[in-house]
Structures are given as structure tokens and as C-alpha cells.
Design a protein around this ligand. Structure first.
Ligand code: COA
Ligand code: AMP
Length: 619
């Protein structure tokens, strides 16, 4: 079947106010447009349609929060009622089609309600992960220029209550753009001071709200902006359209994950990340499934049996999380003693993504669960899997270390630096032949030139994934590493370039480098090396502590920046380029060659000593 025929058929499975007469508009590459004259609504396809088709009493959302000891469920009919009313709240604040609404929320059902309410009005949401600090939030406020911000008084981490409101207030103070209003969900654990004339209380606003109906939008109108790390401190605002997104995600629920309406599907991630957008919120609701919002961790809430408890309690059929979660469980319960306490007979498959899945973790999960454990590869930009074993089509042999083959709709190639195909089994840059399938990003918000430049300019005719790897003779893809300075910490995508910008901004720092080093649990961790300004008299330890706090204040705790040392100099090439790759190899204990262009070989001895002080190479 041709690509357009595949998506023409898949498009018949969703609700359109006006069905598209054209499948793909290729007239302006790389700005491909799927279903260009279709008219639809995301919220209608997620909620109204199921209620109309008789699924109103089925559970749509299960909220399970071990950190607040709360459990709550919504049927599709209840969720629709809440969403329609919250859409009314937003409309009363002047939000209309095309307006942006920023959502800075913890893992509670109201986050999903806010997102769907935006979709109902044709407004564009931009969800910001709760682990980001005020400065990162301010950057996103200025880029998205939201009319309204929706937030909560706090998030809850196992070790502490994170007061969101002061972070939000500070961000609005830092930002040039000011929202018209903020709607704040009060959580019992934390109060917050409200700004008169700007802040509204969620519950009060809902009490008097008139429900709002779905606004039909063009298939190519944006549904959301999701910021992700690029190579600089300015994050990339990935834009997702409406029609292609509904078509692709609905198709993926059946064909990739093999879940049917009524099945319980659980993505243990956070709504602040793409996995949360696609597979906590939209995919399962388009599919008429039951989705789980879990406000907890794989370990410590209260123990490494937490995931198994949820699977048993709600009869989860398919689960999705990051390998790091399994490494965390394996570390605390290597024998699986917690696992055997629960009835996991309903669980049919585990999907892993977000970072490279080491074969050891995959094999451990497979051995303990005795079900297919499926590694699949995707990115914020693609919004759904590029490569996967498609359970709903055919379960291919599982090869640990590989997310299997390209999913229908994706044509993945490995190229050399000149853009020529490499031989099967040889490492190359991983690219996808244009056009990207429906549901992939359509541009970067406010940055069309960057969209072309960052993804489509180096290898004409292809989308550059930023990942390197190889494809074997059987078409199995192996994703090995990033080709840029993006690192993956506990499944969270972070930019070392952005971290360097933060450190360089510190008064005592003359020069710095941040590299991603291997970590047994989180996959990678950022490690910073600082060269201090001449005349700094503070003790190195004091500057390091200060720099760590500086990073936490500027990027947020999610940066997990704790490894840092002061060095005399940084190794560079004769042309002045910092040798980050060599330092990373030393830190990871890999074989490395003295770069021919190095300026001064002796510096590497100093760096090796500093890394050793920090415990690297490990073991
Ligand atoms: N709001 C505020 N702070 C947050 C936060 C949020 N939503 N999420 C994380 N943080 C904080 C954590 O409390 C931690 O702070 P600390 O330095 O004070 O301890 C810091 O950010 C780093 O968080 P994290 O990297 O998640 O580490 P962790 O030690 O708390 O947990 C794991 C480690 C592996 C258990 C956890 O990362 C996990 O479950 N990951 C897998 C699932 C996942 O979410 N994947 C994402 C994409 S699929
Ligand atoms: P994000 O945009 O946060 O989803 O991160 C995307 C990046 O995570 C990819 O470009 C890869 O580097 C990495 N990644 C995601 N899934 C996988 C996987 N299954 N195998 C290897 N790397 C992965």
C-alpha cells in the first residue's frame, strides 16, 4: 500500500466536520501538509464521539497519586462535562481559536482537562514540565505569548512539595510578555497568594462557567506547541497540527500498541513531555481507551512494587515507560520480589522509549514479566514512534538493543557525512525520507528558518533526526547516540549547550564545558568543568556549590546537575574548539585517541584527574 493510501484509509477512522478531499499537499517542502482541506476538532475526537457512540459510562481517566494518597476516576461523560466547562472558563477569559494557553501543572487530571479544553476551543496549548525553573518558564512565556496561563499551587515530589505559584509569579515578572490572566488550581497541600485582577481560582471559575462547544478547525491548524531542547539555550517550539495528529495517534493505538476501545493503557511519564501528550492524553482518548495519570515514581512511592500495584489494581493491558524507570526498579529489587506479589496476568506488553534501552534492562524486564518488552524509538518532533515492533500488525522477533524496524509511514535511512547511504551494519546519521508521516511536527513556533536549517538543510530530501546508528540487513535499526549536544537524563531530553550558557553567565566563570557522562541509573548525567576568572579568591568548592545552585535556579531540578569541578584549563584544538568528545570518552572509560589537532596534550592529564575526583570513569 502506498503511503498516501495508508493515511487516506486511516483518516476515515476519525471524525471530520468536513472530510478532506486531498491527502497530502507537497507543494511547499519541507512544509508538507496532511489532509489540507479537512475540518475537525481534537477534543471532539477524544471525548464527544465516545459519549455519542455509547461509551459515556466507561472510565476515561484513572488518577492514582501515591504522593498525595488520592485516587479518582472520570467516565468519558464526566470528563466531557469538566472539559466543556473549563473551555467555558477559558472562553470567558477571552481565549479563542489560535490563542495560546500555557499550562504549568503537575500530574493531575486537571492538566489533561486544561489541554482538552484548549483543543475544544481551537486554542493552542503549551505545556511546560513542572521540573523547569522560572527562567525556563519565562523563555517559553515570551515565545508562546499566552493569553492565559493555567497552573496549580504545587507539584508533589516524594521528598518535597514544589510550590509552583512563586515560580510562576517570578517567571511572569522575568518575561516581557504578560498573560491576561492566570487560573490556579488550589491543591490542599499548598496555599498560594493570588494577584488581584490577574489570578483566578480554578474551582471558583468552574462553579460559574458555561460549557463551551467544540470549535471546528482546519486539519493544519496547530493543536499545541511543546518546547524541547535544541543546541542552544533557546528551546525549540515543536508545533503539532490537528488532523494528522488525530489520524496518526488513533492508528498507532491499534497498530503499534494493539489496544482496543475499553482497554486500560498506561504511559508512566509526565504530561510535560511528548510521551505524556501523545500517550497519557491524546492517543488513548482517541482510541476510546482508559488512560492512567500516575503521580508517583517507580520506586520510593512507597517501594519498587509501585508499578505492579497499579497494573494489578486497574488491569493495565499495555504499559509504556522509560528504561530508566526499570533500571531504578531493578536496582532496588533485582530479584523481582515485589513483582511476584501482584497479579500481572492482564499485562500483555511493555513498551520502552525515551532513551537508548540497554539490552540488559530489556532482558531483565522480559525475564521478570514474561511478556513482549518492546523498545521503540521516537522524538518530540515526530510525536509517535519512528521504529517499533508493531504489536497490532505482527510481532517481529525482539532483538535487544534495537527498536526494530521503521513503522509504516516512515522511511528510515543511515547516511554518511556526504549524504550517501552507508552499507548495512555501518554507523551513519539516521534520517527519514520526506515527507514525514501525519502527526509529525509541521514547523517550529516563530522559527520557520530554524525548522529548515536544523532539520532539513544538511541532507536534502530528508529529515535529520539528530541520532546516529545503523540499520542491519534485516532492516532493524539500532539507535546509538545523538549527533548534537543533546543528552538524555532519566529519559528527559536536555541540552548541554543550554547548560553551558547558564554556567558562562556565572560571575566567577571564565569558560566552561558540560558533557553527558554515563550513569548506571539515569543513562546519562551532565558533568560541568569550570575555568574561573583570574582573581577569583573563593575556594573552588564554594564556586562549584554556587554553580550547581545557579543551574537549579535557572534550568530547574530536572537538569540533575550535580557533577562539577574547577579546572585550570580546558582541552582545545589549535583553532580553539573545546574537545568535549575526548573528555566524554575519558569520563566513560572508553578507548580514545589523542586528537591530532590538540593544542596542549598535558591538559588532558589534568582533566583525567578532575574526572577521577568526581568518580569517573565509574567502577
Ligand atoms: N516538578 C518538580 N521537580 C521535579 C519534577 C516535577 N514535575 N520532576 C522531577 N523533579 C525533580 C526531582 O525531584 C529531582 O529533584 P532533586 O534533585 O531535588 O532530587 C530532579 O527533578 C531530577 O528528577 P529525576 O531525573 O526524575 O530524578 P529522580 O531521582 O527524582 O527519579 C527516576 C529518577 C528514574 C525514578 C525518574 O526519573 C523516572 O521515573 N523516570 C522515568 C519515567 C519518565 O518520566 N520518563 C520521561 C520520558 S518517557
Ligand atoms: P525526546 O524528544 O525527549 O523524546 O527525546 C528524543 C531522543 O531520545 C531521540 O532523539 C533519541 O536520542 C532518544 N531516544 C528515544 N527513544 C529511543 C530509543 N528507543 N532508543 C534510543 N534512543 C532513543
Amino acid at each position: 500500500m502506498t503511503n498516501t493510501e495508508l493515511w487516506r484509509q486511516a483518516a476515515q477512522d476519525i471524525h471530520w466536520y468536513q472530510a478532506p478531499t486531498k491527502v497530502l499537499d507537497s507543494s511547499n517542502p519541507p512544509f508538507y501538509r496532511w489532509f489540507p482541506d479537512g475540518v475537525t476538532n481534537t477534543c471532539y475526537n477524544a471525548l464527544d464521539i465516545h459519549v455519542e457512540q455509547g461509551r459515556g459510562e466507561q472510565t476515561a481517566v484513572i488518577y492514582d497519586s501515591p504522593v498525595t494518597d488520592t485516587k479518582r476516576q472520570y467516565t468519558y461523560a464526566q470528563l466531557l462535562s469538566e472539559v466543556a466547562r473549563f473551555a467555558g472558563v477559558l472562553a470567558a477569559q477571552g481565549v479563542t481559536k489560535g490563542d495560546r494557553v500555557l499550562v504549568y501543572m503537575p500530574m493531575v487530571p486537571e492538566t489533561l482537562i486544561a489541554m482538552l479544553a484548549c483543543a475544544r476551543l481551537g486554542a493552542i496549548h503549551s505545556v511546560v514540565f513542572g521540573g523547569f525553573a522560572s527562567n525556563e518558564l519565562a523563555v517559553r512565556i515570551d515565545d508562546a505569548t499566552p493569553r492565559v496561563i493555567v497552573s496549580a499551587t504545587c507539584g508533589v515530589e516524594p521528598s518535597r512539595v514544589v510550590a509552583y505559584k512563586p515560580l510562576l509569579d517570578k517567571a511572569i515578572e522575568l518575561a516581557q510578555h504578560k498573560p491576561g490572566s492566570c487560573i490556579i488550581l488550589h491543591r490542599p497541600l499548598q496555599d498560594a497568594s493570588m494577584v488581584r485582577g490577574r489570578d483566578l481560582d480554578w474551582a471558583q471559575a468552574m462553579a460559574s462557567a458555561e460549557p463551551a462547544d467544540c470549535v471546528p478547525v482546519n486539519a493544519n491548524d496547530p493543536l499545541y506547541i511543546l518546547y524541547t531542547s535544541g543546541t542552544t539555550g533557546q528551546p525549540k517550539g515543536v508545533v503539532r497540527d490537528t488532523g494528522g495528529h488525530i489520524v496518526a495517534l488513533k492508528w498507532s493505538m491499534k497498530n503499534i500498541y494493539n489496544v482496543e476501545p475499553g482497554d486500560v493503557y498506561w504511559a508512566a511519564s509526565d504530561v510535560g513531555w511528548v510521551v505524556g501528550h501523545s500517550y497519557i492524553v491524546y492517543g488513548p482518548l482517541f482510541g476510546g481507551n482508559t488512560t492512567v495519570i500516575y503521580e508517583g515514581k517507580p520506586v520510593g512511592t512507597p517501594d519498587p512494587g509501585a508499578f505492579w500495584r497499579v497494573i494489578e489494581e486497574y488491569k493495565v493491558k499495555v504499559m509504556f515507560t522509560a528504561p530508566t524507570a526499570f533500571r531504578a526498579i531493578k536496582k532496588e529489587d533485582p530479584q523481582g520480589e515485589y513483582l511476584v506479589k501482584y497479579d500481572l496476568s492482564g499485562l500483555q506488553a511493555l513498551f520502552l522509549a525515551g532513551e537508548r534501552c540497554d539490552p540488559h534492562t530489556l532482558e531483565w524486564a522480559q525475564e521478570k514479566l514474561q511478556i513482549p518488552v518492546i523498545d521503540h524509538w521516537w522524538q518530540t518532533e515526530t510525536g509517535w514512534p519512528i521504529c517499533s515492533n508493531c504489536l497490532g500488525i505482527e510481532l517481529l522477533p525482539i532483538v535487544p538493543g534495537s527498536p526494530a524496524r521503521a513503522v509504516p509511514g516512515y522511511d528510515v535511512r543511515a547516511l554518511d557525512g556526504e549524504g550517501n547511504p552507508v552499507t548495512a551494519g555501518d554507523i551513519g546519521v539516521l534520517v527519514i525520507k520526506n515527507p514525514l508521516p501525519p502527526g509529525n511536527f509541521t514547523t517550529l513556533w516563530n522559527a520557520e528558518d530554524r525548522f529548515i536549517e536544523a532539520y532539513f538543510s544538511k541532507y536534502p530530501g530528508y529529515y535529520e533526526t539528530g541520532d546516529a546508528g545503523y540499520i542491519d540487513e534485516n532492516g532493524y535499526v539500532f539507535v546509538m547516540a545523538r549527533t548534537d549536544d543533546v543528552i538524555n537524563v532519566a529519559g528527559h531530553r536536555l541540552s548541554t549547550g543550554a547548560m553551558e550558557e547558564v554556567l558562562s553567565d556565572h560571575d566567577d566563570v571564565a569558560e566552561c564545558a558540560v558533557i553527558g557522562v554515563a550513569d548506571a541509573m539515569k543513562g546519562q548525567l551532565p558533568l560541568g568543568l569550570l575555568v574561573l576568572n583570574t582573581g577569583v579568591t573563593k575556594a573552588p568548592g564554594e564556586v562549584v556549590a554556587d554553580a550547581i545552585q545557579h543551574m537549579r535556579d535557572r534550568i530547574g531540578p530536572v537538569a540533575a546537575f550535580k557533577l562539577c569541578a574547577v579546572v585550570e584549563r580546558l582541552p582545545k584544538t589549535r583553532s580553539g574548539k573545546i574537545l568535549r568528545g575526548t573528555m566524554r570518552s575519558i569520563a566513560d572509560g572508553e578507548a580514545w585517541k589523542m586528537p591530532a589537532t590538540i593544542d596542549d596534550e598535558a591538559i588532558l592529564d589534568e582533566i583525567t584527574a578532575a574526572l577521577r575526583e568526581l568518580g569517573y570513569p565509574m567502577g
